[in-house]
Design a protein around this ligand. Sequence first.
Ligand code: HMG
Ligand code: MG
Length: 287
Amino acid sequence: DGDKFVRIHEVGPRDGLQNEPNVISVADKVALIDMLSGSGLRDIEVGSFVSPKWVPQMADSDQVLAQMTPAPEVRYAVLVPNMRGWEGFVAARQPDVTYEVAVFISASEGFSRSNLNCSIAESVERLLPVVQAAQDAGIALRGYISCVTDCPFDGPVAPDAVAQAASLLRAAAPMPLSLGDTIGKATPDRVTAMLRAVLDVAPVDDIAGHFHDTGGQALANIAASMDMGVRAFDSSVAGLGGCPYAPGASGNVATESVLEMLHAQGFETGINEEVIAKAAAFARGLR
Ligand code: HMG
Ligand code: MG
């Protein structure tokens, strides 16, 4: 039953570790990714090709990509903000591995400025050549939209602003979208209103929810999204995470909590909770 399957995108090695104050070695990052690769996950985000001055924790993503042991059934995602990042990814990738290139914009101008040092419109201009390059190389794309209900700088974000951001990305390519509650302030009713607006411009099968758990509402927001038909969610093993350019952002919703909730409700993920628990224990030891 297709409707019973929920796709989990593990983002801990990227969204989680990008915000860790401790320096985490390449070997530890690779060990975490390799553990996760054996869990049944189909999507694991493993790094970012962004400026090392902006996010020093991701400066070694090239080494992580080169040293990890890819599993054939897993697609490995990386964040790429511009052509410089694309070139870094191309130089680091291994042959015969399925990758996904994730581009990212904000639904709010304040966060765009803080995270990408440019306006929303400018950020879209910069990602267009990345989208083209990925399409030419036959690599899957994903589009992140941050601040889908709240911005740490601009306050509440209107559902229409998120739909507009979604339209901008979908005009670049018909890519799946991950809708980010970057600072974990969303509530189920506001998630529902936001999704209503976005579903006017993108099919539900192309939507993922990306909830940070600062306000303790992430599971409730996932449930609200499920009610709207969303069947893909991002989560971080051990609830690692945050965003260095979003003051107050805490971790992503924990993968093990999402699995527990979904499996208890009879949904299938294909993911082994015991393997995730072991990876979570390892991840906690890195903090
Ligand atoms: P900038 O300073 O405006 O741009 O940064 P620039 O082009 O002037 O470049 C500045 C320096 O960075 C130059 O070096 C460039 O060469 C270098 P310098 O001449 O000063 O020595 N540079 C790069 N180096 C490596 N890789 C690159 C790259 N590009 C430029 N790709 C830029 C613009 C986009 C680069 C910067 O703002 C940046 O890296 N931002 C990324 C911030 C980030 O990674 N944030 C976290 C990810 S988003 C997130 O977490 C949200 C999400 O989880 C969803 C949610 O929760 O909402 C996805
Ligand atoms: Mg995030």
